[in-house]
Design a protein around this ligand. Structure first.
Ligand SMILES: [Zn+2]
Length: 56
């Protein structure tokens, strides 16, 4: 259970960071190149920080 809890906490912190980017007006923009992240990717990963090209 410990790993699951840690994973859930990580996801919450990622979503909180995403909400911070909404407030900044940078949500949905790649952190690396600044281009808009495709909406299909945001639907799959709402907390995505980068475009597909810059996803690790
Ligand atoms: Zn990018």
């Amino acid at each position: 259970m410990g790993a699951l809890v840690e994973d859930a906490r990580h996801q919450v912190s990622e979503l909180e960071a995403a909400l911070g980017r909404v407030a900044d007006g940078t949500y949905g923009l790649c952190e690396v190149c600044g281009t808009a992240i495709p909406s299909a990717r945001l639907e799959a990963r709402p907390a995505a920080r980068t475009c597909i090209a810059h996803a690790r």
